[in-house]
Design a protein around this ligand. Structure first.
Ligand code: GAP
Length: 438
């Protein structure tokens, strides 16, 4: 893989040029480490979250979905340990005023300007807000730094409303917020980001087995959606790296252009969270096993992935440069399930109304089943190239012969194979090719 800055710069340029990712509030100079998803990015993100939801909430019998609020009772964050332990140790430069994590500086000299640094201070990463009209300590609230706690506080609700038995899991995707200090590398470390988390509740003693099962399951999931195995690895945390709640944790790392970095963490959170919530809320959160008549607090295995980091990994992995007849071209060989647009209909001649109306009719038919588009804004060569750049799996060309033989050409992005298909069979053909992806 090419090293930074080339690939990262190309990715950033592609993301902006083709409407995947924009800087937040760009016309005002942006907002550091906050990003917006453009039309294609929004589709990709929806497809990614949907693939995850389908794999776990629909695909398994032992997982329920949830959509908890971002704002929670502040006691949640006392119980979870985030008020006291979710901190970075930082130093400030007295000259340039930049702020650094203490582990990123040597001595007391600013790594950027050489100025003197302050003493190290603790900074909590949670974003604070106030609820209601009065900004006093009683109204203090936080934007959640992880979606997990919404699951823990709803453990009993889901257990009883869905008549669940241990082992079972609760899955949710949603926004989280952290006042990150280290920024850069596009969306990799954002202040507002999205997570896809499962809290899987198991009987204590079976936790190790489930932990290993989930590490394998999640590793395989990325590969099943097209990430190259050589760019993925597992890394087990050393004891001194573990989060305050974890007994063990394995990161799934991706080889980003800026180096191997965390894509997802699978942690054994033990009964830490349920125990803490039981203590602070005064509610009994134990599980009663009807068969063995045992009562216990379940242990929790947590596969916690980042939507934004996954998107960055899938885009980087799919980015392909080729030389075609002496010309540099690039395409996005992204999995069909994730591709923002599944099919594009391209008229060979845009000044022939019969061709245009046939192409538009085919597009309208495809739109019943998938995100499809019509494009006649450039020459056919350019139109193909544009679709390759955004990873559209199928391009359908309507030409002069289509008017007489009632057939169109369907081109496969990856094999470049072209099939001549009857106009009345196009939808059936494309849906068949995209089987499982729409
Ligand atoms: N509930 C556990 C938890 O939140 P984490 O390792 O802090 O664990 C889990 O975060 C995942 O969330 C990470 O692997 C990463 O994919 C994503 N993530 C965390 N912080 C992020 C940030 N600032 N920007 C983008 N993604 C982030």
């Amino acid at each position: 893989m090419q090293k930074q800055p080339e690939v990262m710069e190309k990715m950033m340029s592609l993301c902006k040029r083709r409407g995947f990712i924009f800087q937040s509030s760009e016309i005002y100079g942006g907002l550091s480490s906050v990003w917006d998803y453009g039309p294609l990015g929004a589709e990709l993100k929806r497809n990614l979250k949907e693939a995850w939801w389908r794999s776990y909430v629909y695909g398994r019998d032992d997982i329920e979905g949830l959509d908890a609020a971002i704002l929670m009772n502040p006691l949640v964050w006392m119980a979870s340990g985030h008020v006291t332990s979710f901190e970075d140790t930082l130093v400030d430069c007295l000259s340039c005023r930049k702020r650094f994590k203490v582990e990123h500086v040597t001595g007391k000299i600013c790594p950027e300007c050489g100025g003197a640094l302050t003493e190290a201070r603790q900074f909590n990463l949670m974003l604070k807000t106030h609820l209601g009209p009065v900004e006093d300590s009683a109204s203090l609230s936080y934007l959640r730094p992880e979606t997990a706690q919404g699951i823990f506080v709803n453990f009993s609700n889901v257990l009883s409303s869905m008549r669940r038995k241990i082992p079972f899991g609760i899955a949710q995707t949603g926004k989280s917020f952290r006042n990150e200090v280290t920024t850069g590398n596009l969306t990799f470390r954002s202040r507002e980001f999205e997570q896809m988390e499962i809290e899987f509740f198991v009987k204590p003693g079976t936790d190790e087995e489930w932990y290993h099962k989930w590490v394998e399951e999640r590793f395989g999931w990325y590969i099943s959606l097209g990430i190259k195995k050589a760019n993925l690895r597992k890394r087990e945390h050393a004891k001194d790296e573990l989060a305050h709640y974890a007994k063990g944790c394995t990161d799934i790392e991706y080889q980003f252009p800026f180096g191997w970095s965390e894509l997802e963490g699978i942690a054994n959170r033990t009964d830490f969270d349920l125990k803490q919530h039981a203590r602070l809320s005064g509610k009994d959160l134990q599980y009663f096993d009807e068969e063995t008549k045992e009562k216990y607090l379940p242990y929790v295995i947590e596969p916690s992935g980042g939507v934004d980091r996954s998107i960055l990994a899938f885009l980087t992995d799919a980015y392909t440069e080729e030389e075609v007849r002496g010309e540099k071209r690039f395409s996005l060989k992204i999995h069909k399930t994730l591709a923002p647009i599944k099919a594009a209909v391209l008229p060979l001649l845009r000044n022939r109304p019969e061709i245009v109306s046939l192409a538009r009719a085919i597009t309208a038919e495809l739109k019943d089943n998938m995100k499809a588009m019509y494009d006649d804004t450039a020459s056919i060569g350019r139109l193909y190239r544009r679709q390759d750049e955004i990873g559209t799996p199928y391009c359908i060309t309507v030409d002069v012969d289509s008017l007489s033989d009632h057939k169109v050409t369907v081109r496969d992005r990856d094999s470049m194979k072209q099939d001549r298909i009857g106009v009345d069979k196009v939808k059936e053909y494309v849906v068949e090719q995209l089987k499982g992806a729409v």
